[in-house]
Design a protein around this ligand. Structure first.
Ligand SMILES: [Zn+2]
Ligand SMILES: [Zn+2]
Length: 169
């Protein structure tokens, strides 16, 4: 019997609540020592993986593509879809934004931080950071957030909470 779709040799990675697809793909690839090209080959999605890691969804990810990804990463297509901005929601590719207080609770980039309508973090009542408060460097795409620090000055994301301004109520 052909069991081509089951890839038991791959490590599974559990998604975080609200995690963006870019961040999830980066973690999955590193756990499995795969490049974007390698994961593109394993899923049959080719260059779409590298595109999605940069939040480039033109054309948008189709259900069929998400299902192909699901069989490889072991996370169902519905959960993968939640890692994307819904079609009706406008999204900013950049700057990549961060609520450091959220990151301290759950170390991931959240997709809602890239929504155009998102002005701040509702949970912490804090403005989002769109650059490193220490050196002013832009944040890399979430797929490359390896150790949770600024890649220029190495300030930890969890330390950046003190620099976030409160949203006036
Ligand atoms: Zn927050
Ligand atoms: Zn920095």
């Amino acid at each position: 019997m052909e069991v081509e779709n089951i890839k038991p040799w791959l490590f599974r990675v559990q998604p975080y609540q609200g995690e963006s697809l870019s961040h999830f793909l980066g973690r999955f690839r590193r756990a499995n020592d795969l490049t974007p090209t390698g994961l593109g080959k394993a899923t049959g999605l080719g260059g779409a993986i590298a595109r999605w890691e940069k939040f480039r969804f033109n054309p948008p990810a189709s259900r069929q593509q998400l299902e192909a990804l699901a069989t490889v990463v072991g996370v169902d297509a519905d959960s993968l879809e939640e890692m994307l901005a819904p079609a009706r929601v406008g999204m900013n590719l950049e700057p990549i934004r961060l609520c450091a207080a959220c990151y301290a609770d759950s170390p991931c980039h959240k997709i809602e931080w890239q929504f155009k309508a998102t002005k701040g973090c509702d949970r912490h009542k804090l403005h989002l950071l769109s650059e490193c408060p220490n050196c002013g460097g832009r944040f890399k795409i979430p797929a490359l957030w390896i150790d949770g620090h600024c890649q220029r000055c190495f300030m930890r994301f969890t330390e950046m909470e003190n620099y976030q301004k409160f949203v006036e109520v």
